[in-house]
Design a protein around this ligand. Structure first.
Ligand SMILES: Cc1cc2nc3c(=O)[nH]c(=O)nc-3n(C[C@H](O)[C@H](O)[C@H](O)COP(=O)(O)O)c2cc1C
Ligand code: SF4
Ligand code: SF4
Length: 290
């Protein structure tokens, strides 16, 4: 249980900490705010972040670790939108290594993403050994090509429909030509999974974490944006996670402990080409009070 205290000589009784605390840890009395139920604290940190006079002391959030928020340093919305629109998936990389220090800095930015219950469960594997990356790519292609062969077999399709149902088999069949093309390109000497990127980053979460994939997605997107602003390119590699889901051998090759599961893979490197235009995107449908 955290230790939480309010410094009475500083507190202005504005009530902000009590209003934001979803744990209902504080109780507002006519002349003061009291810490009524610290055991209900779920460590969101909002009380410390909202107190305008540093009157709130929380053992998990020392003021040293919570620097002042200077609104003047936030980017204007149009600058943020430009950064979001300028990010592109990179699949052609320069033959230039990414310093490990830069990778550490980018993963630091991933920390500021939201996570379910503020659990912050995302950890990373970083691969910068070309032989290791090439081996994982080859293994992934083999897994996907094998899946395609199975799905092409009418008897296996029939059995799969009986066991997993018609819909997953129909969906799987849609991917068969893609998987076959990947195998062809690999046979011709390409790396169709990681594009010979100098670095592959893999986000992993506790195996039984219900929201782990969502948490990793937010963290990974932070990293992607930070990389883009540092002149680096990234690409989310879904084919790798599709292959991982189908192969215990591939999962073992990552060397993760059994209680962790890899959920996001992305390439990282200096892109060979610069983009000169932003691209349009489908405007999402919006229904009000449907
Ligand atoms: C969930 C997900 C999986 C993806 N998997 C792959 C992949 O396996 N290989 C690849 O080249 N790109 C992959 N991408 C990148 C998308 O193709 C790319 O984001 C999309 O075409 C939009 O282009 P942009 O990122 O340049 O804006 C993936 C993206 C997402 C969000
Ligand atoms: S950290 Fe969050 S849950 Fe805990 S006391 Fe502060 S506001 Fe309430
Ligand atoms: S936010 Fe700070 S000043 Fe306001 S009531 Fe809470 S402790 Fe006091």
């Amino acid at each position: 249980m955290p230790e939480i205290a309010i410094l009475p000589e500083r507190c202005t009784r504005c009530g902000a900490c009590a209003a934001l605390c979803t744990g209902r840890v504080f109780r507002q009395e006519p002349d003061r705010i009291v810490v009524a139920d610290p055991a209900a604290c779920w460590l969101c940190g909002h009380c410390v972040a909202v107190c305008p006079v540093d009157a709130l002391l929380h053992s998990d959030y020392s003021l040293e670790d919570c620097p002042p928020l200077d609104p003047a340093r936030l980017p204007p919305l149009d600058a943020l939108e430009m950064a979001l629109r300028a990010r592109r998936s990179a699949r052609v990389f320069r033959d230039r290594p990414v310093p490990r220090e830069v990778i550490r800095e980018l993963l630091e930015v991933g920390r500021w993403a939201p996570s379910a219950s503020n659990a912050q469960p995302v950890d990373w594997l970083a691969l910068d050994d070309p032989a290791r990356i090439a081996a994982l790519s080859a293994q992934s292609v083999a897994v996907l090509a094998h899946t395609a062969r199975l799905l092409r077999n009418p008897l296996i399709r029939f059995l799969l429909r009986l066991t997993v149902g018609a819909e997953p088999v129909r969906k799987g069949l849609e991917s068969v030509p893609d998987f076959e093309r990947l195998a062809q390109r690999h046979a011709q000497g390409e790396d169709p999974i990681f594009f010979r990127a100098p670095v592959v980053l893999i986000a992993h979460v506790p195996r039984d974490d219900y929201f782990g994939r969502e948490d990793a997605t937010y963290a990974a997107y932070n990293v992607m944006l930070a990389a883009s602003l540092r002149g680096l390119g990234t690409c989310h590699i879904g084919y790798f996670t599709v292959a991982l889901a189908r192969s215990a051998r591939l999962r073992a090759a990552l060397g993760l402990p059994p209680d962790r599961r890899a959920v996001i893979a992305m390439t990282l490197g200096y892109p060979r080409h610069r983009f000169h235009r932003l691209l349009p995107r489908r405007a999402p449908a919006l229904a009000w009070n449907p």
